[in-house]
Design a protein around this ligand. Structure first.
Ligand SMILES: [Fe+2]
Ligand SMILES: [Fe+2]
Length: 143
C-alpha cells in the first residue's frame, strides 16, 4: 500500500470517529433540551443526525474498500444542558468536519479516487448546511 493511501485511510478513520462522536453527541444533547428554544435545537439535531449516520456508514465501508480497517474509538459527549452551549458545541465540530473533508477530498484526488473526492465534497456541503443552521439559531454567523 502506498504512503499516500495509508495516510488517506488514517484520515478517513479520523473522519469516521468524528462522525460517530457527533452521532453520540446529538442523541445525548437532543434528549436533554427543554423549553421553546430547546425544542427548536432538539429538532435540528434529530434531523441532522441522520446525515451523520449516512456519512459514518459510507466512511466505514470506504475504509474497508481501500484495504483498511475501521477503527471505532467513541468519546463521551460534553455534559451540557443549555441550548446555546449545545449549539456552540455543534458549531465547533461542524467547522472541524468541513475542514477535515476538504483536506480528505484533496488526498482522495491525489490517489486518483474521483468518486471518493466527489462524495467527500458532498459531505462538506452537508456539514456547511449544518453549520449555517446552527449559526442561524444562535442569531447569525460568528465572525
Ligand atoms: Fe457528518
Ligand atoms: Fe454535521
Amino acid at each position: 500500500m502506498s504512503e499516500a493511501l495509508t495516510r488517506l485511510i488514517e484520515g478517513l478513520n479520523r473522519d469516521l470517529n468524528a462522525e460517530l462522536n457527533t452521532i453520540l453527541r446529538y442523541i445525548r444533547h437532543a434528549s436533554v433540551l427543554k423549553g421553546l428554544a430547546g425544542h427548536e435545537v432538539r429538532e435540528l439535531l434529530q434531523k441532522e443526525v441522520m446525515d451523520e449516520v449516512k456519512h459514518a456508514m459510507y466512511l466505514a465501508d470506504k475504509i474497508v474498500a481501500l484495504g483498511g480497517t475501521p477503527r471505532v474509538e467513541p468519546q463521551a459527549p460534553a455534559e451540557v444542558f443549555d441550548w446555546r452551549d449545545v449549539l456552540e458545541d455543534a458549531l465547533r465540530f461542524e467547522r472541524e468536519a468541513i475542514a477535515g473533508y476538504r483536506e480528505r477530498a484533496a488526498q482522495a484526488e491525489a490517489v486518483g479516487d474521483v468518486g471518493l473526492k466527489a462524495t467527500l465534497e458532498a459531505f462538506a456541503e452537508d456539514e456547511t448546511r449544518h453549520k449555517d443552521e446552527s449559526e442561524r439559531l444562535l442569531g447569525g454567523p460568528a465572525f
